[in-house]
Design a protein around this ligand. Structure first.
Ligand code: NAP
Length: 298
């Protein structure tokens, strides 16, 4: 039985980061402009701390100005709002990212809305979501952007392909579906109320799983030869009972990877697939935002 080609996110993420770094160097040289990224982390969430550290390190490596604002768990809505407003007004900052999820009791929606849409490098502001829906240039959420780069790099032309996106969140499912539509795919969005999900998935030349349910997508849900993009990041106990008994956990995606590999044509691993693209796309968005804010073509 043939094995799927593994889409190695590391290779494409490194390539994109080095392209961004090269452009940052040119921008500094020719326009004296250094793209600046500000990341806001509220509270102590362990996974968020890891993501934020990586965003800070990678933006510095790309030659950007990078600031991380760490606010305590007890930070108020007003304090975060005041920080966002200060960053909106800071000419050294071209991209602002509010790391989600926020601690309980805080409301993320008005905070995201407070970010200047031109600095909204996470692409979550309603203005950028609207631009994406209308196919107008804006800032596109990083993970969906990363998925599209992986698909284009591996499949080339996407026009006419049947795409199924499982998940309809504002962060992942919806923007991926919009981008696939823009690429002239025929797109179905599935979700928790979809009837006969397996049958819907079997139609897909491109199957994107953005659900957050470990190994939901089974091998026999996949059309032979399909490209499978697994966005899911789920922490589960080890299969090995000894390790599981020690409370050790590992990361898995939304796709039953081992079995799916025998059916799919291409597949992203978890970890090592989509996740690595997210930070690279954040850097790209910061570069684009900096150029646009200075009237340069992005
Ligand atoms: P989310 O906001 O919880 O959305 C999950 C979506 O999956 C919802 O639309 C939900 O449907 C749907 N769903 C839930 N159970 C389902 C089922 N049994 N069958 C079909 N659909 C089902 O999650 P998210 O923010 O989109 O994230 C999805 C996954 O991607 C998570 O594992 C997250 O950790 C991961 N993620 C990874 C990255 C990365 O960089 N790799 C970035 C972001 C997120 P309803 O709308 O009907 O409830």
């Amino acid at each position: 039985m043939s094995q799927a080609q593994i889409i190695d996110g590391k290779i494409y993420a490194e390539k994109l980061r080095s392209e961004v770094a090269a452009e940052v160097a040119v921008l500094k040289e020719t326009h004296g402009l250094q793209p600046g990224l500000a990341v806001i982390l509220v509270g102590e969430d362990a996974a968020s701390q890891v993501y934020v550290r990586s965003k800070g390190e990678k933006s510095l490596e790309a030659g950007m100005h990078s600031v991380t604002h760490r606010l305590p768990q007890a930070a108020t809505q007003e304090e975060i709002l005041a920080l966002i407003q200060a960053l909106n007004a800071d000419p050294k900052i071209h991209g602002i990212l509010l790391q989600l999820p926020l601690p309980k009791g805080l409301d993320e929606k008005p905070l995201i809305t407070a970010i200047d849409p031109e600095k909204d490098v996470d692409g979550l502001h309603v203005v950028n979501a609207g631009r994406l829906a209308q196919g107008v240039a804006g800032l596109v959420p990083c993970t969906p952007l990363g998925c599209m780069i992986l698909l284009r790099e591996t499949l080339g032309e996407l026009s006419g392909k049947r795409a199924v996106v499982v998940g309809r969140s504002i962060l992942v499912g919806r923007p991926i579906a919009q981008l696939l539509l823009q690429a002239d795919c025929t797109v179905t969005i599935a979700h928790s109320r979809t009837r006969d999900l397996a049958e819907v998935c079997r139609e897909a030349d491109i199957l994107v799983a953005a659900v957050g349910r470990p190994r939901l997508i089974q091998a026999d849900w996949i059309k032979p030869g399909a490209a499978v993009i697994d966005v899911g990041v789920n922490r589960v106990p080890f299969d090995n009972p000894e390790k599981a008994a020690q409370g050790k956990t590992k990361l898995v995606g939304d796709v039953d990877y081992k079995a799916a590999q025998k059916v799919a044509g291409w597949i992203t691993p978890v970890p090592g697939g989509v996740g690595l693209m997210t930070v690279a796309c954040l850097l790209q968005n910061t570069l684009i935002a900096a150029k646009r804010q200075h009237g340069l073509e992005a």
